[in-house]
Design a protein around this ligand. Structure first.
Ligand code: C2O
Length: 507
């Protein structure tokens, strides 16, 4: 195993990823930020310096942080946030994790402004018979907002008063593929210059904030081999739709004779309503393996002619290494909704309570302090301040079913930190106890709960610490669509929290 060191400097600057100049928050002056690449078993050490005028944190989406919950990077939960002008060194191993994921700020909606990057961990080995490929390419997909996210957020939570109202506030102006998008007629594209007759693994990562994104490449089939960080049985499709924070690896073979120049559109179509006047939902890049250097000509998406292939259906994903989940020992139902306060501002609840970050301390520090005084913070069946937030505590290793019930019309992409849940089933309407896969359910860390529907996830509470379960739509998270799971608090209380993290809270 190797120790991999990175230096991140978070700063504010202007950028124009889609041709429109806007304020951004970035790492090392880059958008997307630097890619972290490691092998399973390595140690990753990231020294983060904050030059912003607000606090910040970096979260490593999907990693388990087993034994290092304090480096999970979640503001108000595992750290107070790096104060302006200060730094923090995150230091953790990727022993039990491999796959395609990303890192991002987890402080208010900062990541929406650009604090995102890819995180790739190569496994020790692939399952026998797993497909092979010639080259790896990271493809980061995002939606883009022209206003500073803090400005949008204060209107969103405060009931407006600005030119945008309601839904418009959470819909983007445009999007980007690897940091380049188009707005108002701009014609700059990300180019992937490939070789003919090779197979590429495109690691698609949705680093955006609200809109689901449909990815396709004109004339080319895509074979899905990974969803989030779980390897799949190969599944060939014509397009892949990613909810916010999801990832897919797809194999693409450069074997099309269709166009003489062998220039093709890569398309990232923003799926949710794009309500802002002038917004562009049709984001493109160019994939080429010929001699032509003009933009491809075809207008509408031709799909994969003659192939009979369809869009990805998540219900058809099968793990490459199926596992039968242990039977549940505990069960909870959590209904959630997002709606308006009397002043029109957005307000979200999970089991009737709305998440707010602790100020001047963290949930993890509260757990440690309580244990020091011989008690348990938020013992089983209780709620925590502020706002009497609902949380789930298990002080022994349990197999916990959580039924998420979506009482509103829209899909919500939920993410659980520190675990890869079994997705036992999902559907629209009322959950009846049927339609579950108890044999080889898919396992993934980010999953859409259907509008006016449900999703049943199963986890094993064997990872000591405090982990958030939340909608990954940045605006919803900030409106409180988040709860916490305290796994093995008696063990979490024994974690050796670094002094720098304790000190952050009094700075
Ligand atoms: Cu991608 Cu709570 O995180």
């Amino acid at each position: 195993p190797t120790t991999r060191h990175f230096n991140f400097v978070v700063s504010q600057m202007n950028g124009s990823p889609d041709g429109f100049s806007k304020p951004m928050l970035v790492v090392n002056g880059l958008f997307p930020g630097p890619t972290i690449e490691a092998n399973q078993g390595d140690r990753i050490v990231v020294h983060v310096t904050n030059t912003l005028s607000t606090r910040t944190t970096i979260h490593w989406h999907g990693l388990y942080q087993n034994g290092t919950n304090y480096y999970d990077g979640t503001a108000g939960v595992t750290e107070c946030g790096i104060p302006p002008g200060q730094s923090l060194t995150y230091n953790f191993t990727v022993d039990d994790f491999s796959g395609t994921t990303w890192w991002h700020a987890h402080y208010d909606t900062q990541y929406t402004d650009g604090v995102t990057g890819a995180l790739i961990v190569h496994p020790r080995k692939y399952p026998r018979g797993f497909p092979t490929w010639d080259e790896d390419i990271v493809v980061e997909l995002t939606d883009i907002y022209h206003a500073f996210s803090a400005t949008i957020l204060s209107e969103y939570l405060g009931g407006g008063g600005g030119p945008l109202t309601g839904l418009q506030l959470e819909t983007p102006d445009s999007g980007a593929i690897n940091g380049i998008g188009q707005y108002n007629g701009s014609t700059k594209y990300t180019n992937l210059n490939l070789k003919p007759n090779k197979t590429y693994r495109l690691r698609l990562i949705h680093t955006g904030s609200a809109a689901a994104i449909r990815f396709s490449v004109d004339y080319h089939a895509l074979t899905v081999i990974e969803a989030d960080s779980t390897l799949t049985q190969p599944y060939t499709v014509s397009s892949v739709t990613l909810a916010v924070a999801q990832r897919y690896s797809v194999l693409l073979t450069t074997n099309q004779p269709a166009e003489p120049a062998r220039n093709y559109w890569m398309r990232a179509a923003l799926k949710s309503a794009v309500a802002v006047p002038g917004a562009n939902a049709d984001i493109r890049g160019i994939l080429r393996y010929g001699s032509g250097h003009a933009a491809p000509t075809a207008g509408a998406d031709p799909g994969v002619p003659g192939s009979g292939l369809a869009d990805l259906d998540v219900a058809k994903l099968v793990p490459a290494a199926p596992r039968t989940p242990p039977p549940a020992t505990k069960a909870y139902t959590v209904d959630f909704s997002i709606g308006g306060k009397p002043d029109g501002g957005a307000f979200a609840t999970m089991n009737g309570t709305s998440w707010q970050p602790l100020q001047g301390t963290t949930t993890l520090l509260q757990i440690v302090d309580a244990a020091r005084n011989g008690s348990m913070y938020a013992p089983e069946g209780s709620s925590i301040q502020p706002g009497s937030q609902f949380l789930i505590t298990e002080d022994s290793v349990e197999v916990v079913d959580i039924l998420l019930v979506n009482t509103g019309p829209g899909d919500h992409p939920f993410h659980l930190h520190g675990h890869t849940p079994y997705i036992m089933g999902f559907g629209t309407g009322t959950y009846t106890g049927t339609g579950l896969n108890t044999v080889n359910p898919f396992m993934r860390d980010t999953f859409a709960v259907p509008g006016s529907g449900w999703l049943l996830m199963r986890i094993v509470t064997d990872n000591p610490g405090i982990w958030t379960l939340h909608c990954h739509i940045a605006w919803h998270m900030a409106a409180g669509l988040m709860m916490q799971i305290s796994s093995l608090p008696s063990k979490a209380a024994q974690l050796d929290i670094p002094r720098d993290i304790v000190r952050q809270c009094s700075a």
